[in-house]
Design a protein around this ligand. Sequence first.
Ligand code: AVJ
Ligand code: FE
Length: 431
Amino acid sequence: MSGLHTRLGRDLARARARVLALTDIDDAELTAQHSPLMSPLVWDLAHIANQEERWLLRAAGGQGGVRPDVDDLYDAFRHPRADRPALPLLGPAEARGYAAEVRARAADVLAQCAFDTDLTRDGFVFAMSVQHEVQHAETMLATHQLRAGSPVLDAPPPPRRAEPPAAEEVLIPGGEFEMGTSTDPWALDNERAAHRVYVPAFAIDTVPVTNGRYLEFLADGGYARRELWSPEGWVHREQAGLEAPQFWTRDDSGTWWRRRFGAVVPLDPDEPVVHVCFHEAEAFARWAGRRLPSEAEWEKAARWDPLTGASRRYPWGDEEPTEAHANLGQRHLEPAVVGAYPAGASRLGVHQLIGDVWEWTASGFEPYPGFTAFPYREYSEVFFGGDFRVLRGGSFGTDPAACRGTFRNWDLPIRRQIFAGFRCARDVPDV
Ligand code: AVJ
Ligand code: FE
């Protein structure tokens, strides 16, 4: 076995440990639908196993499946989330057994794999399966945030650092940079291929927008001033009755609190705001006299190295994230205060681009030039051209396996249950 086998085995084990922690609750909680936006947790568990069966056992291993009879039940395209509780799903014990059996067989496939096909080269399909599992682990964490009742998850708080960066924004000079990747072996299809993009000069905030700043927007009538919202954003704000980020509650004295995994806690003014939709982010930016960055601007701020002109994997360089770089991996169950990760800053001084909160960008989810779906159309291709907005950077709930400077996430502009915040940018004269 090579270092690559060992590394993939470790990543698979870490992903599974998270999923097991997220499903370590009563059967009733596992089968319940905590929100119409989400699947029952037991659906995610068996869906993860079914995806692993398809790609690791059948496609990579050339084996028959463990439960090919359940393919239809766990096909996300056949059954919308709201309908999943009514399906004849595997029960908690069956789903756990299914996941364990697929994993045991997948471990054998991995041990014997020579990584010599298009699907397995450099371990791609195993890394894809890890990324699929940890993406569901983040969705399952969002399900935990939506569920009512007392807390079941626990984690130590993130580091606190008193000093945010001195500058509020950083100037990124105009010019080309390399966006996307053709060399990262585990990058997913939508991150490919590398291509040069000219980005005019712009300024970007050194930190994400905080609860404190967001409170100022609220206090200044941000939710009542139509001119701050796009026409679609305003219609949605009215229909959905938006008045504050999701999970915020106000007490009789007018003080805002937030509910976090079942506990009501004070709102920390120095933490990035989270659980806002794209429309709220856009309205805030307009109120602040600013705008959201485009996806290309975000990636240039995160990857472009002014010393060499090359694009790096992370803001701090090519080194894998450690605990000192970023708040990732559900190690902490909340964003850290701004300035908490100086070691994760870019050379130009932009902090916390990776981890803490996903960041809404102004861009729709579209293919890069020359896109080819690989290995299946339903990961990315079917979502291009829809009403999705790109989010970048990952959150405290994102595993490092599914987070890098090129990684692209997307969701509808009205969604707030994801761990999403934002930072602002503005035009500057080209330099
Ligand atoms: C990339 C996070 C938008 O959860 O819908 C999981 C990831 N794709 N299973 C999603 C995904 C198939 C996807 N996002
Ligand atoms: Fe999935």
